[in-house]
Design a protein around this ligand. Structure first.
Ligand code: PAF
Length: 283
């Protein structure tokens, strides 16, 4: 496994990996890798012969009051995990390589970037879209794999790739969960033991809401009740919303079919995100 930190070295390494028409898969990450990330590496391997992982804590996607400085970092641990996962190349650019002085271009996305995380974290998806576009261009990857855990991010990246006529294929991979149902996230490390014990109530409450809606209960009743239960248990819910999966527009009143239930809730100063498919029957 080769680790590169300079742009010219990256070009040479990715050219070598793509030589002879072998496909290159990219897994963009911000490090602090867990089982969820490693499942993305395995998924990338299913679509491409060589796999590159980028590790870059992207300052552009953090707001002024967000946790950039506190974002967990574990370079040695990450590299060891990637070696074990059979990754071919790790791209770890310094901030100055990604955003050299004078850089003045960003990718501004409408549509699926509006609302939800886009409202709670202004500028976040501009940062994600910009860095992902740069990573796609820098590596020349044929496919990129993203976790469904960040559902809105996945839809935003798909939108960018389609709107800018990129040739890269964007692949979503199902959320990997702990045994108690909590979605793997680098931010889980910051939960206290008490908060960690409470955290699985979020996916459990979502599952219960989905089961009730599948049996015909109205989202307008189920979702406020579920939100109130989370609040009473100690969460600070931001949203629990039923949306159209790709556009993230509100799920039309009374419609049937496969919707997406999106959730964000604070637990102490940790923001937990989750989402699940929700099937609404005909009524
Ligand atoms: O999901 C993440 O870890 C980041 O948002 C990403 C896609 C690596 C862009 O910085």
């Amino acid at each position: 496994m080769r680790v590169v930190r300079a742009m010219d070295e990256l070009r040479e390494a990715t050219d070598a990996l793509r030589a002879g028409g072998r496909g290159l898969g990219l897994v963009p990450t911000m490090g602090a890798l867990h089982r969820g990330h490693l499942s993305l590496v395995a998924e990338a391997r299913r679509h491409a012969e060589a796999v590159a992982v980028s590790i870059f804590v992207n300052p552009l996607q953090f707001g002024p009051n967000e946790d950039l400085a506190r974002y967990p970092r574990d370079e040695a641990g990450d590299l060891e995990k990637l070696r074990g996962a059979g990754c071919d190349l790790v791209w770890m650019p310094p901030v100055e390589a990604m955003y050299p002085p004078g850089a003045a271009t960003v990718i501004e996305v409408g549509g699926p970037s509006e609302g939800f995380e886009g409202t709670s974290r202004p500028g976040h998806f501009r940062g994600v879209a910009t860095v992902c576009t740069k990573l796609f261009n820098q590596t020349g990857a044929d496919v990129a794999v993203f976790g469904e855990k960040d559902w809105q991010q996945l839809q935003v990246v798909r939108r960018v790739a389609a709107d800018l006529d990129m040739r890269i294929r964007i692949i979503g991979h199902p959320t990997v969960r702990e045994e108690d149902g909590l979605a793997f996230s680098s931010r889980n490390q910051r939960l206290s033991p008490e908060q960690r014990a409470l955290a699985p109530l979020l996916p459990r409450t979502m599952e219960e809401a989905i089961a009730a809606m599948a049996q015909g209960a109205a989202p307008d009743t189920v979702l406020p009740e579920a939100t109130a239960r989370l609040r009473a248990a100690g969460f600070v819910p931001d949203y629990l919303a039923l949306v159209e999966p790709a556009t993230l527009r509100p799920w039309p009143h009374g419609a049937s079919g496969e919707a997406r239930l999106l959730a964000a809730a604070g637990l102490g100063d940790v923001r937990l995100l989750d989402n699940m498919a929700a099937f609404l029957p005909e009524r």
